[in-house]
Design a protein around this ligand. Structure first.
Ligand code: ATP
Length: 237
């Protein structure tokens, strides 16, 4: 059967002033799965991520590990194990790789974050090689690795990834998605937002198609990958 839900988004509504960006979105993320949310520009994907983090006020229900997140501020959500890798990556360009990672550390105890740092370097040897390099001088793919590594420093149970493949060459996209698969194998649950539908479906357990703030389709990723209507609009025919 399906594992228990780590995140259960029920009928979420989020607006920017008079504009409703999410009009009643429900998404279920089983523990240990990769769930992808596919949608065109402006569909509401980033709004969904920011609503889950509590950065944007929303109406509806967010259940995390069976408990409501209502009234729980951003920092407390991070402390409970939810971590976001934002679309713009938000790295500190003039700081080193190592310093950027340290900023992601949740623990203020030095021994604890040292261990987390070693784990991130073990997962991303490239970041270890470049630990004294300034983040702004990394390649696009390396910057994405750093953004993911920084999120891992908070020891997330649930990782929210907002368009990790944005602006990357196809070969690098494959590397990044392989990394995401590796996270799943390490027990991290992933909610992945992507425009790159085919590649993200290939690594996902379930998927949702978002259109103008509403879920148009959802189901097992393998099933959506065969869906003809979806194929015409999102999978290049
Ligand atoms: P993209 O892939 O381009 O990032 P998206 O699917 O992430 O798109 P959102 O960024 O969530 O989409 O935007 C959803 C809708 O909300 C869009 O119509 C957008 O114009 C609108 N929107 C987003 N941010 C704001 C804002 N700060 N103020 C007003 N409207 C906004």
């Amino acid at each position: 059967g399906t594992p228990p839900l780590l995140l259960d988004v029920r009928d979420l509504h989020t607006r920017y002033g008079r504009v409703e960006a999410l009009g009643g979105v429900s998404v279920q993320v089983p523990q240990g799965h990769i769930v992808s949310v596919i949608g065109a520009n402006g569909a509401g994907k980033t709004t969904l991520m920011n609503s889950i983090m509590g950065v944007l006020p929303s109406r509806g229900e967010l259940l995390y590990a069976g408990e409501s997140l209502r009234g729980v501020p951003l920092e407390a959500r991070v402390a409970r194990g939810i971590s976001l890798v934002p679309e713009r990556r938000d790295l500190f360009a003039s700081m080193t790789v190592a310093d950027n990672l340290q900023l992601g550390a949740y623990s203020r105890r030095r021994e604890a974050w040292r261990l987390d740092l070693e784990n991130v370097y073990a997962r991303f040897p490239r970041l270890h090689e470049r630990r004294t390099q300034l983040a702004g001088t990394l390649s696009g793919g390396e910057q994405q690795m750093l953004a993911i590594g920084r999120a891992l420093m908070a020891r997330p149970r649930l990782l929210l990834l907002d368009e990790p493949s944005l602006g990357l060459a196809p070969l690098i996209v494959r590397d990044i998605l392989r990394i995401v698969q590796g996270l799943r194998e390490g027990g991290v649950t992933v909610l992945l937002v992507e425009q790159n539908a085919r590649a993200s479906l290939a690594i996902s357990d379930e998927a949702y198609v978002l259109e103008t703030g509403q879920v148009k389709l959802h189901g097992p990723a393998a099933e959506l990958a065969r869906n003809e209507a979806l194929g015409a609009s999102y999978l290049g025919g």
